[in-house]
Design a protein around this ligand. Structure first.
Ligand code: PLP
Length: 395
């Protein structure tokens, strides 16, 4: 390998370390659950996981993955349209469409690919994509790949969104895309306004419900259910890698024509292997589990409400909201990293986020609550946070 290239990369990595933004991986030695075994650390309570419903290690979800492995083998050996479509894909997609409330759905290996495979398929130089400035990186990359004009609106600023829609009214297609729950803030998009504006300006609305599937709405159907607007969102993208078993995979749910067109033209579906059958099997079991046990969604909501309330009583000021993503601002990046490390010493694993993932001065630790947490575990975490918060003079 070219030595100069190696030296340049090594210098940049050294700078990451100097700036305190170098990421080290924690190695887990047990399934994802409310308590995990971390190599070199032992058992810790985890508040960093997207395992919102606690289904990663649910026996029926694990068993379904094993059964799919036995039935279909380890891999698809192909993309969907050649010979990579298995019966389990069809069953999962039907179930996902019924769950979200659309005519059809198609699966991808991740929501990342669902998003990057969406915009370039439908929008080109004749069109505009209008996007919330805090949308997920996969949406940003999806917009980059598309040849459509780009407009960003300030986070949840519906006035600015309307201005963009009004100014682009002469274009062929207007496409509005938003996260359902924003991953770093934990707030919910203003779906009623988005639906109204998209109707007014004849725009196509997509909601990425990755953090909202299984989380929002009485039965976990997502942002649309939360607002009583099921059927009003044109396209829903989401992940199977968070609440729905947490393995991997994503999907796009929409009208039959949109899904059919994606299967004909969306490049990740045409040129990349299909979702492994084991993952499809586990995701389908997770979906069935959720529908049989909506009380998991209720428990998640109660846990989040309890934790948020108690955090405030202790003296922290989490970003206001009603979702299981509860960010606690601590200021500088170094403080977020320090707090995360101090909490780990107390047996609590919560990740700190700093610049450039979040703006300068708005570093935070992001607590993510699960239905799998017991009250006792949450109380243990709160006691650790109080101890560390006082030590660091944050409360
Ligand atoms: C809003 C949003 N969209 C997409 C993704 C990507 O999901 P996946 O892990 O399935 O690629 C994430 C994951 O962090 C996300 O938060």
């Amino acid at each position: 390998m070219d030595q100069e290239f190696r030296r340049e990369i090594a210098a940049e990595l050294a700078q990451f370390k100097k700036d305190g933004v170098y990421k080290t991986f924690n190695h887990l030695e047990s399934p994802q659950a409310s308590r995990i075994t971390m190599r070199g650390r032992g058992e810790v309570i985890i508040l960093s996981s997207n395992n919102y419903l606690g289904l990663c290690d649910a026996p029926d979800v694990v068993a379904a993955g094993k059964k799919a492995l036995d039935t279909y083998g380890a891999g698809t050996g192909s993309v969907r349209f050649i010979c990579g479509t298995f019966a389990i894909h069809e069953a999962l997609e039907k179930a996902l469409a019924a769950f979200v409330g659309t005519e059809a759905a198609t699966t991808y290996v991740s929501c990342w690919t669902a998003n990057t495979g969406l915009m370039a398929t439908f929008f080109d130089e004749r069109d505009v994509v209008v996007s919330d400035e805090l949308n997920h990186a996969s949406i940003i990359d999806g917009i980059r790949i598309s040849k459509a004009a780009r407009r960003l609106y300030k986070h949840s600023d519906m006035k600015e969104l309307e201005t963009h829609l009004a100014q682009t009214a002469s274009l062929r297609r207007r496409f509005v895309i938003t996260d359902g729950i924003f991953s770093m803030e934990g707030d919910i998009c203003k779906l009623p306004d988005l639906v109204e504006l998209c109707r007014k300006y004849n725009a196509i609305l997509t909601v990425d419900d990755s953090h909202a599937t299984g989380v929002l709405g009485k039965t976990g159907r997502g942002t649309a259910e939360h607002f009583g607007l099921v059927g009003q969102v044109d396209i829903v993208t989401s992940t199977l890698g968070k609440a729905l078993g947490g393995a991997a995979g994503g999907f796009t749910a929409a009208s039959r024509e949109v899904v059919d067109y994606l299967e004909q033209r969306s490049r990740p579906l045409l040129f990349s292997n299909a979702l492994p059958p084991t993952v499809a099997g586990s995701a389908l079991a997770a979906l069935e589990h959720l529908q049989a046990h909506p009380e998991r969604v209720t428990k998640l909501r109660e846990n989040a409400r309890y934790f948020r309330g108690r955090l405030k009583e202790i003296g922290f000021k989490p970003i206001e909201g009603e979702t299981p993503i509860i960010p606690v601002l601590v200021g500088e990046t170094a403080s977020a990293i320090q707090m995360s490390q101090e909490l780990l010493k107390e047996g609590v694993f919560v990740t700190g986020f700093g610049y450039p993932v979040v703006p300068q001065g708005k570093a935070r630790i992001r607590c993510q609550i699960s239905a799998g947490h017991t009250r006792e575990e949450l109380d243990t975490v709160l006691a650790a946070m109080a101890k560390v918060g006082k030590r660091m003079r944050l409360i």
